[in-house]
Design a protein around this ligand. Structure first.
Ligand code: XMP
Length: 532
């Protein structure tokens, strides 16, 4: 361990000799004690350009040692350290000579493991709390003594282990932070990883830069060069295929592979006909056009519509679409000779989630673009280490258009699950146009990037209206716009009235077949973001 304790050691922020090593060498490992913010810690560390991975809290110490981590962070967790069966911290971990930062539960587990005391302080602390910190402490170096932090705890450390000093206090947590800088051990009771701790980023950065002397090498350019190397090693001179969905993940994955092995890659766009206006054309233009990637465009709307005739149940729709998609992809792949590799846009969040696998299935999210398990091809997964925002940064670095990189999430089954009822060509045309008007106005208002998703839904019911002097009997369009961080929860967006008015009148005037526009003001929960 070489924690530099001098706050002016700016050499640490320069990419060092390590910059040429593998990015996965010497990670900062975040031990997940079950806290809701554990993923966020790994993301924040990466925001500070240090590679970080989330691992289960009970990963054997020998395995952790073998990774030679630059640092270890113990996450928060829902349990009380005093509960029987509460996740324990192996004290060996604190003797590896690797800097450790304990957060919330992680702080309490560290204190207990080293002989400190954890108790109920008498009052739980949830939400914003004023913090008085010692600016000479490693974590608070160069930060104001008085700052706000975000607390969420019942228990708290009441006496620090031998050799530690208290480095911050809040109203209900006299020991809000502690350190034993000689041993490289640091801890905070609050959550530096959430935005409600305004200086949280700096606190984590101090841990990484001063505490761990971690080089800041995790950049998009570095990820690209390393992935290109890796793909070349894996693929050699073999042929590769990649399914494009119109989304950013498959596009970035394909671009990386194309940079690595050029025309050994063929992309397949299975166009189910449920993409948004101009989307398939954009993919064809980008990949088949100026990037000159060999691209097979399978126009299959008729086949999908035939199979969906009369189908109204959302789960049946998803199943039919998912299965047909896979079948078509297989048919196209079979036409190409000697393909050994298949590109998938698996993200780090998928990797983490498949490890945990506890959440109940609310919708089957049958993922179009996802792939058959029984295809005898080896997977190439160039995004496997990346969070979504990192994929976007890589996309930008690779020169993808802003429109494509910053596109809002879109469900694999596309507009088919935004038509409530049977999917028909007429309804698709109406919905696609109404959705395009909505997107155009949202972009014009400068709100596109602030919304998690904004889209139109077409419930297949009709209502009476009057236009000119004539009676109309036509479909309504539902406007749905939500803010969210991760789609697990969402709030309906408070769009300005004048914007809503413009969208409504444009849709009714420009989209034949619509005579009414309504706004969905349901959050998630209890609603879901999509209607099906
Ligand atoms: P819900 O509607 O469950 O959606 O709140 C959460 C997020 O997932 C997207 N979504 C899907 N994505 N296939 C996908 O790839 C699907 O079948 C699917 N259904 C919902 C939705 O757009 C939102 O971002």
């Amino acid at each position: 361990m070489s924690p530099s304790l001098s706050g002016d050691d700016t050499s640490l922020v320069e990419p060092s000799a390590d910059a040429t090593g593998s990015l996965e060498d010497r990670p900062v490992l975040v031990l997940d004690f079950g806290g809701q913010y554990a993923h966020l810690i790994a993301r924040r560390v990466r925001d500070a350009r240090v590679y970080s991975e989330l691992i289960p809290h009970d990963t054997p110490v020998a395995e952790i040692r073998a990774r030679s981590p630059r640092g270890i962070i113990l996450s928060g967790g829902p349990a009380s350290v005093h509960e029987p069966g509460a996740p324990a911290l192996d004290p060996e971990l604190l003797r590896l000579s690797v800097p450790v930062l304990g957060i919330c539960y992680g702080m309490q587990a560290m204190a207990l493991a080293l002989g400190g005391d954890v108790g109920r302080t008498g009052a739980a602390e949830f939400g914003k709390a004023p913090l008085r910190a010692q600016p000479d402490a490693v974590l608070f170096r160069d930060l104001p003594a008085d700052q706000d932090c975000w607390m969420s705890h019942n228990d708290a450390v009441v006496s620090v282990p031998a050799g530690f000093r208290v480095t911050a206090s809040s109203g209900n947590a006299p020991v809000a932070a502690m350190e034993s800088a000689e041993r490289g051990l640091y801890a905070v009771q609050f959550h530096p990883e959430v935005v409600h701790t305004p200086r949280g980023h700096d606190i984590l950065k101090n841990f990484l830069e001063i505490g761990c002397a971690a080089p800041t090498t995790w950049t998009a350019a570095h990820v690209i060069s390393e992935q290109i190397e890796r793909i070349r090693r894996q693929v050699g001179s073999e042929r590769v295929i990649c399914g494009l969905s119109g989304g950013v993940d498959s596009a970035v994955a394909a671009l990386l592979v194309h940079q690595a092995v050029g025309d050994q890659l063929t992309c397949i766009l299975v166009d189910h006909g449920f993409l948004r206006e101009g989307e398939a054309e954009q993919v064809v233009e980008t990949f088949g056009g100026h990037l000159d990637v060999p691209l097979v465009h399978v126009r299959a709307q008729d086949r999908f519509l035939t199979l969906l005739a009369g189908v109204t149940d959302p789960e049946r729709k998803r199943k039919i679409i998912g299965e047909t998609f896979i079948r078509l992809f297989e048919e196209e792949a079979a036409k190409l000779d000697g393909v050994r590799f298949l590109v998938q846009g698996t993200l780090y969040s998928d990797v983490i989630e498949s490890g945990a696998g506890t959440a109940a299935t609310i919708k089957s999210h049958h993922n179009v673009g996802g792939l058959p398990d029984d295809m005898e091809m080896e997977l190439v997964e160039p995004l496997r280490l990346l969070f979504k925002d990192e994929v976007r940064r890589v996309g930008e670095e690779l020169g993808m258009s802003e429109r494509m990189v910053w596109r809002q999430p879109f469900p694999g089954p596309g507009l088919a699950i935004r038509i409530i009822g049977e999917v028909t060509e007429e309804r698709l045309a109406i919905l696609r146009r109404a959705d395009a008007v909505l997107q155009e106005e949202i972009r014009r208002a400068g709100l596109y990037g602030e919304l998690w998703q904004s889209f139109a839904v077409l419930p297949a019911v009709k209502s009476v209206g009057v236009m000119g002097d004539a009676r109309t009997y036509a479909y309504p369009i539902v406007l749905r716009a939500v803010t969210s961080d991760d789609a697990m929860t969402a709030d309906w967006a408070r769009l300005p009235y004048d914007l809503l008015e413009r969208i409504s009148s444009r849709i009714i005037n420009e989209v034949v077949g619509v005579n009414r526009v309504v706004l969905d003001i349901t959050s998630k929960p209890p609603g879901t973001i999509e209607w099906e």
